[in-house]
Design a protein around this ligand. Structure first.
Ligand code: FUB
Ligand code: ZN
Length: 609
């Protein structure tokens, strides 16, 4: 069985991800803590709120926000202890344990508002919050050896098993927001208790089969069952639908169980959904979610740029899913998607200083249009144009914290014969007698010096799908996107990935992008910003023979300079198609860096002349 090498066995030494991890350690973890303090998320764990109190009751998913923050602290602690953060986490954990009821149940909303309403409303996130608390408890135990939180979450999981699997006494059968499924697999790995794996399998097997899970009102809403992927048993799925984060956390649980039970049917359903996403429902940035209405997928090739939803959590959950797929079957396509998310659709969700965030990640911004209001129903929905420090639904900031802190977990997998190199980061790894070192300036440069020591027979290095020209200084065999090299003791390998600037077109069915190109270099998607290139970016053309020059490194990877053409200004609303164009110099920056210099137009898909 292929297993990922844990991030805690890997030290990121330098370069891109060293800086990003420094950012989350020094800024993000405290910025998110401060906002969660301000909004009462930590105080809610004390379960002291009562009817009539001035502040609002703890929200139904605040526990998940704090749980992801604790999980992020656990990952930072695993890499390098921090007394201050551990003290805060310990206090929060103490409150969770102290306020759990006699069954082991914890929920800072239901325990103080609707004691008798627990497990009566599938859409109120109880099992979702339980899942994130379980993940946090596992991570905290792995990082610190402190097992009180883990033991408390085992009691909670036992209670959930009793209510949902043994008694079947809840008002619903399966989680209304998947997350618990993947969390129970982690709890099984942490405790060795197979019944947690079996409880996860119970939820996956039951999902989409119980009429009890759809309320009469929901049945009246067209296609509502697809919102939480309830239309059919999961093994029959051929496409993704509904709420993106729900769908992707569910697919993570499905992939986990396909691996644990060698369930080929489940694995095939995962791969069909992966293909549907990657070939028909994903933005070039790795973002998913084509509408704010329901935060959902829509239909094939519907990928509007200005109203893209592309929630940060959805990008993160896509990388989590793809990371699991590479354990089910070795194919470079999965690592390609992890990489696309890493350097684009996830990273755009956090500012360069790590203190503010996007929930929605559009591919085009024009501030003039973002405030279009309608006298009848108010403001048309457009994503915000500047990052915020906290949201009413603040799921993305702590998700970014935990994801970036543990990003090294996407580097390597291994089985008995082979070590798989999926991603490129300047790092060193010491795991079960294997030592792997990477020296690289990736993604700014395509050279990776790899040094291996250990008893594996082969190393398989992912050759990114975007790379059309590479060199290796060792004999290799290319298979499914990986270069396989035989190992004989210590081995030094130099991989050179040529990364010319390339212009990509979208499938003709993606109507928003007709006649337009997007610019990439290596795994990084680029964009134009008004702050560099003036107004009305959508009318700028780039010639198909454009030459690009690498310029500054203001945003960690090279910015690009090229020639563009802007149509001569006109006050006419409609005018002769044959226009005069003025030649202009254009600056392109990495998409992840947009909106760090004030409100500005932004454009990924640029007209091609
Ligand atoms: O549902 C609460 C949060 O909203 C979850 O983290 C995600 O589903 C996000 O869409
Ligand atoms: Zn989110």
């Amino acid at each position: 069985m292929i297993k990922n090498i844990p991030f805690s066995s890997i030290t990121i030494n330098d370069g891109f991800w060293k800086q990003k991890q420094k950012m989350v350690r020094e800024n993000t973890v405290y910025a998110v803590y401060d906002r969660f303090q301000d909004t009462g998320r930590f105080a809610a764990l004390e379960c002291k709120w009562k009817e009539g109190d001035p502040d609002t009751a703890p929200h139904i998913y605040w526990d998940s926000d704090v749980a992801k923050w604790i999980e992020g602290v656990a990952y930072l602690t695993a890499l390098e202890k921090c007394e201050e953060l551990e003290k805060i986490a310990d206090e929060a954990i103490e409150n969770i344990i102290k306020n759990s009821d006699e069954h082991g149940y914890f929920n800072s909303h239901y325990l103080v508002t609707e004691q008798d309403k627990r497990f009566t409303n599938r859409m109120c996130h109880e099992l979702y919050c339980a899942g994130h608390l379980i993940e946090a408890a596992v991570a905290y135990y792995d990082a610190t050896g402190k097992d009180a939180f883990l033991k408390a979450m085992c009691r909670f999981a036992d209670y959930i098993e009793q209510v949902f699997k043994v008694e079947n006494s809840a008002a619903f059968t399966t989680p209304g927001h998947p997350e618990l499924e993947l969390a129970l697999v982690r709890l099984y790995h942490a405790t060795g208790e197979k019944r947690y794996l079996e409880l996860s399998k119970y939820f996956i097997d039951e999902h989409g089969t119980n009429d009890k899970d759809i309320t009469p009102e929901q049945k009246l809403q067209k296609d509502f069952p697809s919102y939480n992927q309830d239309e059919m048993p999961l093994r029959e799925r051929v496409e993704v639908k509904g709420h993106c984060v729900r769908a992707l956390y569910l697919l993570c649980g499905m992939a986990d169980l396909a691996l644990e039970y060698e369930d080929k049917e489940l694995a095939a359903a995962c791969e069909r959904c992966f293909d549907n996403i990657v070939y028909k429902r994903m933005y070039i940035t790795g973002g998913v979610g084509s509408t704010h209405a329901g935060e959902t997928f829509t239909v094939d090739y519907h990928l509007p740029n200005r109203t893209a939803y592309a929630e940060t959590c959805a990008a993160i959950s896509l990388a989590m899913f793809a990371g699991r797929m590479q354990c089910l079957r070795t194919d470079g396509r999965f690592g390609d998607i992890v990489e696309r998310v890493l350097y684009n659709g996830m990273l755009s969700g956090i500012s360069m200083d790590g203190r503010s965030f996007f929930y929605e990640n559009p591919l085009e911004i024009d501030p003039d249009f973002n405030d279009v209001t309608n006298p009848y129903w108010g403001k048309e929905h457009y994503p915000i144009t500047q990052r915020k420090e906290v949201f009413d639904c603040s799921c993305c900031p702590p998700n970014l914290l935990r994801f970036i802190s543990s990003v090294a977990g996407y580097l390597y997998s291994c089985d008995e014969d082979t070590v798989y190199i999926h991603q490129f980061m300047d790092s060193e790894t010491d795991y079960q007698g294997m030592r792997i070192t990477q020296k690289t300036k990736y993604p700014s440069e395509g050279e990776i010096q790899i040094h291996l020591y250990g008893d594996k027979k082969y190393v398989a290095i992912r050759i990114p799908g975007w790379c059309k020209d590479f060199s290796l200084d060792q004999p290799y065999e290319l298979k499914d996107g990986y270069a396989y090299i035989s190992l004989h003791g210590e081995t030094q390998i130099t991989l050179n990935l040529q990364m010319p600037v390339t212009m990509l077109a979208a499938n003709r069915r993606v109507h928003d992008n007709a006649g337009r190109i997007a610019v990439m270099r290596g795994p990084v998607v680029y964009c134009l910003e008004g702050v560099d290139n003036g107004e009305d970016l959508r009318s700028i053309h780039i010639p198909e023979d454009a030459e690009f020059v690498l310029t500054d490194n203001e945003f960690m990877v090279p910015s690009l300079q090229t020639k563009g053409y802007r149509p001569a200004g006109s006050e006419q609303l409609y005018l002769p198609a044959k226009q005069c164009y003025e030649e202009i110099s254009l600056r392109l920056i990495p998409y992840y860096a947009f909106a760090n210099r004030g409100a500005s137009e932004m454009l990924v898909w640029i007209l091609q002349k």
